[in-house]
Design a protein around this ligand. Structure first.
Ligand SMILES: Cc1cc2nc3c(=O)[nH]c(=O)nc-3n(C[C@H](O)[C@H](O)[C@H](O)COP(=O)(O)O)c2cc1C
Length: 239
């Protein structure tokens, strides 16, 4: 199986330790591709909008984005990680997610995303792990992913793994192992079920694209929807 991991920090700190515990059981028999931010996507979106209006290949940072997108599309399981920085995902993570704005459902969502499974791992010292996870979930759900599992931890004592209370360390380890076990037992030959809310979002976006088509407006997004057959009877999900 293929696992693609997007690490919101390059630091080998607590977020890294949590992710390593999660991946431990997959190391022997899975193909794991990891990206570390900001190293693997060091540039901010410049707001040129070329990806939306023309093609993502015109993005000045396409070399980074293409590589990451290929790995995401080939993944059976996608893992995103981030510590909370001022209650949100790291700036490096936001920078990457901005570059994938063109993959949001109102634009050109990838059909492969609809059956995928994703896990988001976040942690904080006291508050913000949930809002951090939500920052990432917002993008993944608008990419079309229905199955998104969030794991959050509050450290409450220290921000260095070896200095955490032993009981805290053990509790986090056990919870992450349990989560990992669940994903180790998943049958990835079957796509994850597409939720009703995802289907409703898709249908609303389809209406917008149909109206653009009826007005004969030149639009890269609309062409994409047409080519996929989504303005007729085809849908990106299998179940
Ligand atoms: C710039 C910065 C901002 C942070 N903001 C928060 C915060 O808003 N809430 C919180 O509970 N912890 C905050 N933290 C602590 C981190 O969420 C995290 O627990 C800590 O950095 C350890 O994670 P790491 O070893 O993976 O970097 C912040 C840390 C940094 C460096």
């Amino acid at each position: 199986m293929n696992i693609t991991v997007i690490n919101g920090t390059e630091k080998h700190g607590i977020t890294y330790r949590i992710k390593e515990i999660f991946l431990e059981r997959f190391r022997k028999n899975s193909n794991i591709t990891e990206f570390y931010l900001p190293k693997d996507c060091p540039a901010f979106c410049l707001g040129c909008t070329a990806c939306f209006t023309k093609s993502e290949s015109l993005c000045k940072h396409a070399e980074y984005i293409r590589k990451i997108e290929k790995a995401l599309l080939e993944a059976d399981l996608i893992v995103f990680t981030s510590p909370a920085y001022v209650m949100h995902a790291t700036g490096a993570m936001k920078t990457l997610l901005d570059h994938f704005g063109y993959r949001w459902m109102p634009h050109r969502p990838a059909k492969e995303m609809f059956g995928k499974r994703a896990v988001i791992l976040t942690q904080c010292l006291g508050a913000g792990a949930k809002s951090t996870a939500k920052d990432i979930k917002d993008s993944l759900s608008w990419w079309g992913i229905s199955h998104i599992k969030i794991f959050t931890a509050k450290l409450m004592s220290n921000i260095v793994w070896d200095k955490l209370d032993e009981s805290k360390r053990n509790r986090i380890t056990q919870k992450v192992k349990k989560l990992s076990e669940k994903y180790g037992k998943t049958d990835y030959s079957k796509p994850a079920k597409t939720k009703l809310v995802t289907k409703i979002k898709f249908i609303i976006c389809r209406k917008i694209q149909k109206s653009i088509l009826s007005k004969n407006i030149e639009s890269a997004d609309c062409k994409y929807w047409e080519q996929n057959g989504w303005l007729k009877n085809k849908r990106p999900w299998k179940n």
